[in-house]
Design a protein around this ligand. Structure first.
Ligand SMILES: Cc1cc2nc3c(=O)[nH]c(=O)nc-3n(C[C@H](O)[C@H](O)[C@H](O)COP(=O)(O)OP(=O)(O)OC[C@H]3O[C@@H](n4cnc5c(N)ncnc54)[C@H](O)[C@@H]3O)c2cc1C
Length: 310
């Protein structure tokens, strides 16, 4: 076996998992396609000690630190499939290489599908965001908008007035009941029922939402809840149990980040209902512990160690 653990995805979750394992002198391969979800944002916020730094710089600092450890290897490549072996997994890469690992950690994140409104996609990660804790403070006190594409947005609409005066824009087919409206009114949220057709502003900045009847509602930031889908087909191919989340399915894991298939662990956005860099990093640490403990327990039961100590 070449590696104790093969980690799919080398961002907040995958690199945090790698850090624990290489410090435990295990041999770790991180395979990363290098398309982290927040690559559209110029700065990442809320990650203690890294607040305001560009996401790519945070990742590079992590890689630089990991490269000091003898057990660490990083490949920029894509995992296409993982086939269970008698012990461990054989992992096929897009480059044509094949590697083996005793355990797998899936940390490939999720993909976003954004609502179709003119001017929205090009502002994603700038003046259009998914999370007020990540980018709300930088919107300077508003006015703010939220485009309601699912009922998770209602929770966010109740949050947003803490960052600035808020308008909730309903999308086609969405409606509110009396109780929902009352809660919004109590939090000072204005509700706009005419559809947003375009976002207006200089370059990536936002100054207003244009409505279907031509009116302009001034906003400097818009929040949306994109639909999310799991990275690649690995979870399905491995027959992992999924859970339904408010924005899309995610991989079911237990307290030690173990999936429904023994030997396969999952972390980060791909295995969580809440999507945030710190949480992804923390869950990577948990998955690393889960994978490490499972190796140790197998060895304690008399299985030979599959990889030499790094
Ligand atoms: C626009 C935007 C801005 C954000 N800003 C913030 C912020 O300021 N603060 C904050 O806390 N959170 C922020 N988030 C949320 C944060 O980005 C995610 O919670 C975090 O990136 C999740 O980390 P992850 O490691 O699970 O996945 P990701 O960071 O998405 O990384 C997954 C990695 O796995 C790779 N991968 C996928 N499939 C494969 C495969 N088959 N083979 C190999 N590699 C693969 C991907 O290419 C990628 O590099 C933001 C999200 C978005 C969309």
């Amino acid at each position: 076996m070449e590696f104790d653990v093969v980690i799919v995805g080398g961002s907040f979750a995958g690199l945090s998992a790698a850090m624990q394992l290489v410090r435990g002198r295990r041999r770790v391969l991180v395979v990363d396609a290098a398309k982290p979800r927040n690559r559209f944002a110029h700065a990442s916020h809320g990650f203690l000690g890294q607040d305001g730094r560009p996401p790519a710089m945070i990742r590079q600092t992590g890689i630089d630190q990991l490269q000091r450890y003898p057990g660490f290897e990083l490949r920029q490549d894509e995992v296409l499939s993982a086939e269970p072996l008698d012990k461990g997994f054989s992992v096929a890469l897009a480059s044509g290489d094949r590697v083996t690992g005793a355990r797998l950690i899936l940390a490939g994140g999720v993909k976003d599908s954004l609502p179709e409104v003119a001017g929205l996609t090009e502002r994603w990660g700038q003046s259009v965001a998914h999370c007020p804790y990540c980018h709300g403070f930088e919107m300077g006190g508003g006015p703010l908008g939220i485009l309601l594409t699912n009922k998770v947005g209602l929770h966010q609409a109740l949050l947003l007035p803490d960052w600035g005066p808020t308008t909730l824009f309903l999308t086609e087919g969405m409606d509110l009941d009396d109780a929902e409206r009352a809660r919004l009114v109590n939090r000072g949220v204005a509700v706009e029922t005419t559809a947003v057709v375009e976002l207006v502003g200089e370059e990536s900045a936002l100054s207003a939402a244009r409505l279907a009847d031509g009116r302009l509602t001034p906003i400097v930031g818009l929040f949306v809840q994109p639909k999310t889908s799991l990275f690649g087909t690995l979870a399905g191919d491995l027959g992992l149990e999924l859970e339904d989340g408010p924005t899309g399915a995610f991989i079911r894991v237990d307290q030690m980040a173990q999936t429904s298939r023994p030997g396969v662990f999952a972390a980060g956005d791909a295995a969580s209902v809440m999507h945030n860099a710190t949480l992804a990093s923390g869950s990577g640490v948990r998955a690393a512990s889960g994978a490490h403990f499972s190796l140790i327990h197998a060895e304690a039961e008399g299985e030979p160690r599959l990889c030499a100590r790094a």
